[in-house]
Design a protein around this ligand. Structure first.
Ligand code: PSU
Ligand code: MN
Length: 303
């Protein structure tokens, strides 16, 4: 452990006693949803993890400390400050920490901090990936590199088709990251259950997810595992509605000259604006669904 890491008493005790712990990211709180739904959702996700037998560890950077386990007050702070909190990826850590600043952790930095703390399972909504047009822009999320090197299982609802899902899968294949479909052979696309792309393996139980991840760690194969869990049918969105919104959002981002770390938040906000409250309801439900699966998988892994 290092001087920069700060575990909440509950998370520290759970890890010492070998109890199941599930990591949660904070970019989804500060940048992914509007206030106050972001705070309500973050607290509900924590509650869902508890109800399913694990301890939640919301991860964030507060005052230059790498936090694993935030208090409700800290979650309120992250949600209320929103976009004013730096979206922190791997390259942001050194300066933010040295300056004692705050940061909302992406999938990348949540994995880094979870691994430092000894947390193996992480639940979120969607991951970053290879952007459409990356053959020109080279915009590829650091999330993919992190999955290639850091030993954390990430449970998500797939990736939004703001990305090039085919290229994202190719990249993960090159990097040796197993892509699992939970109860499905098809990669889910966040708001919808279907993308037309196949995952590497279909797994149907938390126990089998745990066994596969344990085998990976035991063999000393570096990197994580990506579990894609489709949004529950009743909350999935019509594909034509969401695809139209995504196409419009991408066209607007190109016109506005958006690039770098602003791209993903810009596209997510535009899609939300174009689809109204429906996409927010779906977003909340798929995160809760991932939290349930993550708690069960962390429990299976702890046995
Ligand atoms: N995709 C989503 N919702 C999100 C993100 C991505 O559907 O909230 C966030 C996650 O924190 C992810 C980050 O790690 O955006 C990726 O950003 P970038 O594409 O700039 O790497
Ligand atoms: Mn990027």
């Amino acid at each position: 452990m290092n001087n920069y890491l700060s575990l909440s008493p509950e998370v520290k005790q759970a890890l010492e006693q070998g109890k199941p712990v599930v990591a949660l990211e904070s970019t989804i709180i500060s940048h992914g949803m509007p206030y106050p739904q972001n705070v309500e959702t973050a607290l509900r996700v924590e509650q869902t993890i508890r109800e399913n037998g694990a301890v939640p560890a919301t991860i964030a950077i507060i005052g230059g400390k790498l936090k694993a386990g935030c208090t409700p007050e800290e979650i309120e702070y992250l949600g209320k400050k929103g976009q004013a909190i730096t979206k922190a990826s791997r390259r942001d850590l050194p300066v933010l920490i040295a300056r004692g600043e705050d940061g909302a952790t992406t999938v990348t930095t949540t994995m880094i901090i979870a691994a430092m703390a000894g947390i193996k399972v992480f639940a979120t909504g969607g991951i970053g990936g290879v952007h459409r047009g990356a053959e020109k822009t080279m915009d590829i999320s650091a999330d993919l590199e992190e999955l290639a090197q850091t030993p954390v299982m990430v449970i998500c609802a797939g990736a939004k088709s703001i990305l090039d899902l085919g290229l994202t899968l190719e990249y993960l294949e090159t990097k040796g990251v197993p892509v699992i479909g939970y109860g499905t052979e098809e990669l889910p696309a966040f708001y919808t259950r279907h993308s037309g792309f196949k995952v590497d393996y279909r797994i149907d139980t938390p126990e089998e997810l745990a066994a596969a991840f344990k085998a990976k760690i035991d063999m000393g194969l570096k990197g994580g595992m990506l579990v894609t869990n489709p949004i529950p049918e009743e909350y999935s969105m019509p594909a034509d509605v969401i695809n139209k919104a995504i196409d419009t959002a991408i066209a607007e981002s190109v016109k506005a000259g958006i690039h770098g770390k602003e791209t993903t938040p810009f596209l997510l906000a535009k899609v939300k604006e174009l689809t109204g409250g429906d996409s927010l309801v779906s977003n909340i439900q798929l995160v809760l669904n991932n939290a349930r699966l993550a708690a069960k998988t962390a429990s299976a892994l702890a046995k």
